[in-house]
Ligand binder design. Structure first.
Ligand code: HEM
Length: 226
């Protein structure tokens, strides 16, 4: 029987486009959080960036542990890319930024712990949740992250170790990879309802990042205005 319901606007657009457009406002919020504005404005010290790299270590350790579990999942496995893995780079960055004993010296912020718990919980029962968190971090690192790489190099004088997190040497071409990634988002066999759920979880993923930035900002505030 022919449906009398016109396809919604969400139906008509490729899902990658829906996701990008749906997260535009929260992307602005994240990238203009007080912490990010101060970092990009060159107003912080390298130690303040190190605190972010520490949070990334816990966040990527969690996402990449989930990636390992997704290899057998019909949908999740389409979003497992060994060439993206950030943990090896983060380990080398932290050895440089924190020191040889970095592993015993670092702890996650409460917002980071909550973020990691969210990733674990939502991915445990649903590959779409994993994809939402994966998309939010890795596509952001490949694009906007390159601005932070240049900042570290030009403003803080850090080259190589300390910036490796932003080196995607195993990608032949970042734009080509992004296109390939978007094609996978478009082709994932999600119903309209599940797509909406992926969008909703992606918004949560962005908010988790904002919460981490806010705690980093509060830490800096305590140091500069005790
Ligand atoms: C440092 C501040 C940031 C800057 C300057 C920045 C800048 C950018 C730029 C220029 C793009 C490319 C847009 C396009 O291809 O149309 C992008 C994409 C993206 N950014 Fe950011 N960004 C920042 C922070 C963030 C943060 C904090 C997140 C989330 C944690 C994030 C997540 C994303 C995502 C997921 C995309 C891919 C959008 C898509 O193509 O679907 N960005 N960003």
């Amino acid at each position: 029987m022919a449906s009398t319901t016109a396809p919604s606007e969400l139906d008509a657009r490729p899902f990658s486009k829906v996701l990008r457009e749906s997260t535009r406002a929260v992307h602005e919020k994240a990238n203009h959080s007080t912490y990010m504005d101060a970092l990009l404005g060159g107003e912080l010290q390298l130690a303040d960036y190190t605190r972010l790299a520490v949070q990334y270590y816990f966040i990527y350790r969690t996402i990449e542990q989930v990636s390992d579990r997704m290899t057998g999942d019909e949908v999740g496995s389409r979003f497992v890319f060994d060439e993206l893995r950030r943990l090896p780079s983060l380990r080398r960055d932290l050895a440089y930024l924190v020191g040889a004993d970095w592993e015993s010296a670092i702890e996650p912020l409460p917002a980071t712990m909550a973020y990691c718990q969210r990733i674990r919980e939502v991915s445990a029962e649903w590959a779409g949740g994993y994809v939402a968190h994966h998309y939010t971090r890795y596509l952001g690192d490949i694009a906007g992250g390159q601005i932070i790489r240049r900042l570290l190099e030009n403003t803080y004088g850090v080259q190589g170790p300390g910036t490796l997190f932003y080196h995607f040497d195993r990608l032949d071409s970042a734009p080509a990879f992004r296109d390939r990634y978007r094609a996978r988002l478009d082709a994932a066999p999600w119903s309209e309802a599940e797509r909406e759920r992926v969008v909703a979880e992606t918004l949560i993923a962005f908010e988790c990042n904002v919460a981490v930035f806010d705690e980093l900002d509060a830490e800096i505030g305590e140091r500069t205005h005790p």
